[in-house]
Write a protein that binds this ligand. Structure first.
Ligand code: NDP
Length: 331
């Protein structure tokens, strides 16, 4: 089987040279272990941070070790009482075609509720990030204006729709005309801005006549600079990510304080892991909205294990709409 190792720590934008694809044997499970065939691999921007040798909320990947992320797999062989052959499982597993793992490193998923891929998208880590970040930190109220950047991505597209469910005016910022059209026509945003062709500050002023009450931050940099002058008093800013800074050595720096002081706004960083004890609640509510047709989702599915690195690199080029996944095998 093939597996993908981190060969070098990328300095700026990662390339294929930072990874190595190697062949290894699959092995056989011991007592308490299962052999899992990889079905879907989740590629995520946060993995870029784990490629740096810096202290964070999650340890860095080690050089010459297998990269890992969210994986949906199928149990092929079980030496555990907790799993049967053919069970569909979710866990943080290696970027390889098969994983031998301890029984407590994955959990079974219920594919009667929704297709298995959704446990890596709208019902998975990114959907839960949107749900808890927006509702717990953003606290959107009916009639307020919510702006989200990275709006057509996995987290952003769900943030905007939840804000609509809560009765807000929703404005999305994304990087292409196709994404803007998707936000307006499919996801029900009230306004959408293409940061590659429009002056974000001017467009935001037009799209937010009553100012901004919640800014869900996914990108950082110059896009978020344009947000701050429009903050209303007591605005809330869930700081989810800053993808525009992930491939630069330079720190984006503190240039927002004055606006925060003037408006008594709250800006709070978070990781979805802070809410792990409430994941079941999030999944239930997201699944209900999904079933009722109030929440839609997009997935960009790249087919083939050999395309995993490309799918990861594409995140930084904006090639994906909704959640980016790699389909490695059929169930
Ligand atoms: P997305 O599906 O949004 O994919 C990344 C998108 O980011 C691209 O499609 C692209 O869209 C946009 N992008 C890429 N480079 C830039 C840039 N330089 N400037 C502006 N936009 C850019 O990924 P996710 O939804 O998984 O993640 C979104 C954010 O949320 C990331 O910052 C991520 O790190 C963060 N995150 C945080 C979590 C937490 O627990 N705090 C958990 C999960 C994600 P476009 O075409 O619009 O540029």
């Amino acid at each position: 089987q093939k597996q993908i190792l981190l060969k070098k720590r990328p300095k700026e934008t990662p390339t294929h040279n930072d990874f190595e694809v190697v062949e290894t044997s699959i092995g056989t499970p011991s007592d308490g272990e299962i052999l899992v065939k990889t079905i879907y691999i989740s590629v995520d921007p946060y993995l870029r941070g784990r490629m740096n040798d810096t202290k964070s909320y999650i340890p860095p990947f080690k050089l010459n070790e297998v990269i890992s992320s969210g994986v949906i797999g199928q149990v092929i062989e079980s030496k555990s009482n907790r799993f049967d052959k053919n069970d569909i499982v979710l866990g943080s597993l290696g970027w390889q075609e098969y994983n031998i793992i301890k029984e407590d490193s994955v959990r079974k998923i219920n594919t009667n509720i929704a297709p298995e891929s959704t446990y890596l998208s709208v019902l998975g880590m990114t959907g839960l990030t949107a749900y808890f970040g927006l509702l717990d930190i953003g606290k959107p109220k009916e009639g307020e204006t919510v702006v989200v950047s990275g709006a057509a991505g996995a987290v952003g597209s769900i943030v905007g729709q939840i804000a609509k469910i809560k009765g807000c005016r929703v404005v999305g910022i994304a990087g292409s005309e196709d994404k803007v059209n998707l936000l307006l026509n499919d996801f029900g945003f009230d306004a959408a801005i293409n940061y590659n062709t429009q002056d974000v500050g001017v467009a935001l002023e037009e799209a937010c006549p009553d100012g901004i009450d919640v800014y869900f931050e996914n990108v950082g940099g110059t896009i978020s600079d344009a947000i701050f002058p429009l903050l209303n008093n007591f605005a809330r800013i869930p700081v989810c990510g800053a993808i525009s800074a992930y491939n630069t050595a330079e720190d984006i720096g503190p240039r927002v304080q004055t606006h925060l002081i003037k408006t008594s706004s709250l800006m709070q960083g978070f990781t979805v892991g802070n809410y792990s004890s409430r994941f079941e609640e999030g999944i239930q509510e997201l699944a209900t909205w999904l079933k009722d047709g109030r929440l839609k989702y997009e997935e960009t599915i790249t087919v083939g294990f050999d395309k995993t690195i490309d799918a990861f690199l594409d995140l930084f080029k904006g090639a994906n709409i909704g959640k980016s996944l790699v389909k490695v095998a059929e169930i």
